[in-house]
Design a binder for this molecule. Structure first.
Ligand code: C5P
Length: 212
């Protein structure tokens, strides 16, 4: 599918990434995971010993970075990176940088491919003009259980109550931040992903069919 933008927003651990990957394969769309960009920046700051609120040094690092990759990397999924990514994501100057980067990337390539992009502000701020906006809903206990399993499967040590606590904290950070808080975007279709993924996917496929 060419020339199509589908956005997927939702809280941490709601399955946005899995849904985006599925749609990418099913409908031949390019998948962009916007969280990867925040994670890459967080990783760079940690590597360079720059604090998450050291504006001059963060800006210096961002200025040097012309081509951040959307490629996935196991290191970027580490819990420490998750926490730092949500810490830097509160800054307007970081969000402006990431949003501009994403828009330029998508509009440079939209003639050759369509996109499915997932994140926390994709339909509400970054691509308000998207052809289809989805908002994925899953309660925090189900999300914490899934996240715990992901970490264990990835070979990380993990304690379930700690994961639940971190999910709650990240929700507060994402929903209460001043800049681009996580909200249901205007015109978005809410998708309940508490139950069987198959059910959520068939609802989404019906919506995508209407676009083509
Ligand atoms: O989606 P993921 O968990 O990889 O994102 C890491 C962090 O980056 C999130 O907790 C969130 O704070 C931030 N983020 C964001 N806006 C996006 C994508 C991610 O604020 N569009």
């Amino acid at each position: 599918m060419k020339n199509i933008i589908i956005t997927i927003d939702g809280p941490a651990g709601s399955g946005k990434g899995e849904i985006a990957k599925y749609l990418s394969n099913k409908w031949s769309l390019r998948h962009l995971d916007s969280g990867i960009i925040y994670r890459r920046i967080a990783h760079k700051l940690l590597k360079n010993g720059v604090s998450f609120d050291d504006k001059p040094n963060i800006l210096r690092i961002l200025k040097k970075e012309k081509n951040l990759s959307f490629r996935k990397n196991k290191i970027l999924r580490k819990e420490k990176i998750s926490v730092w990514a949500s810490r830097i994501a509160i800054h307007k100057y970081v969000r402006d940088y990431v949003n501009k980067f994403q828009r330029e990337f998508v509009y440079k390539n939209l003639r050759n491919t369509g996109f499915v992009i997932d994140g926390r502000d994709i339909g509400s701020v970054v691509f308000k003009e998207a052809d289809l906006k989805l908002y994925i809903e899953v309660n925090e206990v189900n999300r914490a259980k899934r996240r715990y399993k992901q970490l264990i499967d990835a070979g990380e040590k993990s304690i379930y109550p700690k994961i639940l606590e971190e999910i709650k904290l990240r929700d507060i950070k994402d929903k209460c931040r001043k800049n681009s808080p996580l909200i249901v975007p205007n015109g978005a279709v809410k998708i309940d992903n508490n139950g069987e993924l198959k059910k959520a996917l068939s609802k989404i496929n019906r919506l995508v069919t209407k676009l083509s």
